[in-house]
Design a protein. Structure first.
Length: 366
């Protein structure tokens, strides 16, 4: 049985291997939130043909890569900042802005608070309320965005709640922050999974707000966490120059650079992913809602769903234990701010894997 102090993230398969004696290759991770299709077929087919690229340094300016990403995002290459994963870019912008007080919309990804603490900044949370289905109330947010706040951090769609702020609402938030001289960082790691994302993504707003910094990566949608490739988009030219001065040269290796120029062009893979996630999101959400012992399923926008377990039936510790013994790893959300061991997050995998997981959950709850 799991000790309360032992809680696992999606990348903790080696620890699972040691504690449970299960080979990590046998585990289906419903915790990592990675595209179940795996890497782009176009990338798989053609990357090996470019293996000789590692004999050369990457282009220091990443011109072709920035042009490819800009075309994918429908924006200007001059606004693209490639990075060694989104984590480097989060760290970089916090290091440059050095906010004394930052407001984080949460519960959310812990790396924001960690990076702020490393820069001696104080983290404050705007709490997404369970009674509001973890949807951001902009009136309450306005009240908390005091003039002494330096930065607002938004994960959109948010992890672990899978809730989303649409562009119209984000524009209203940007107006407030612009008026109060608050810098806004938006982490759009999961934006490609959102249905009708053209109404959600914030990149078009970088044409109007110079206090906006949007971060994305390839770990989740493109199933490539090992590449460590991320990018940021901003319309603030002075900020771009400052980042370029500080960025380590050749921080992205030539394989990641080459992969990026391939994967963003695989339209068939992109469309297949969107179709699969839409279908499985509907299936999993509907079936979860029917399970006796699941007291609430929060409407998901990304490729994962948060739900609450009725403590009379089970809890997240017991559910994790039951699932991992069947070689399926879920996310106990008790380590997120404002959540406890009633809350579980699972991502959408293949239909058969989703069915098997839900069967185990139904069995455990009964």
């Amino acid at each position: 049985m799991l000790e309360h102090k032992d809680h696992f993230h999606g990348s903790d398969l080696e620890m699972i291997e040691r504690i449970y004696g299960i080979k990590k290759e046998e585990i289906v991770s419903f915790s990592a939130n990675v595209n179940p299709l795996g890497i782009s077929p176009l990338l798989r087919k053609t990357l090996a043909e470019h293996i000789d690229c590692i004999s050369s340094y990457p282009d220091r300016d990443y011109k072709e890569l920035r042009e490819t990403i800009a075309e994918y995002c429908r924006t200007s290459p001059e606004k693209i900042i490639p990075g060694n994963g989104s984590t480097e870019l989060i760290s970089m912008i916090i290091d440059i802005k050095k906010p004394k007080k930052a407001l984080i919309i949460g519960p959310t990804y812990s790396e924001y608070e960690r990076e702020l603490s490393l820069m001696k900044g104080k983290s404050y949370y705007f709490q997404l309320k369970e009674r509001e289905d973890f949807v951001a109330d902009t009136n309450r947010l306005d009240e908390q965005l005091r003039d002494d706040m330096d930065m607002l951090i938004i994960c959109n769609p948010n992890n672990p709640t899978s809730t989303v702020i649409n562009r119209s609402t984000l524009r209203s938030i940007m107006d407030i922050c612009k008026e109060r001289d608050i810098f806004v960082m938006v982490d759009e790691t999961y934006i490609e999974f959102v249905e009708n994302r053209e109404n959600t993504e914030g990149i078009p707003l970088t044409d109007y707000y110079n206090n906006l910094f949007i971060i994305r990566g390839v770990s989740k949608f493109f199933a490539s966490p090992g590449l460590r490739l991320g990018y940021a988009v901003t319309g603030n030219r002075d900020l771009i120059r400052e980042i370029n001065k500080r960025m380590n040269p050749w921080s992205i290796n030539t394989l990641a650079e080459t992969a990026g120029k391939i994967m963003f062009k695989d339209r068939e893979y992109i469309e297949e992913t969107s179709s699969l996630i839409k279908k499985e999101r509907e299936y999993v959400t509907e079936r979860l809602s029917s399970l006796k012992g699941v007291s609430k399923v929060y409407a998901p926008s990304a490729n994962f769903v948060l739900f609450r377990i009725d403590p009379e039936y089970s809890n997240a510790d017991l559910m994790f234990d039951a699932c991992i013994k069947r070689r399926m790893m879920i996310r106990n959300c008790c380590t997120f701010p404002f959540l406890d061991n009633r809350y579980v997050r699972i991502c959408f995998m293949s239909h058969e894997d989703n069915r098997l997981l839900l069967d185990v959950m139904e069995e455990q709850l009964s």
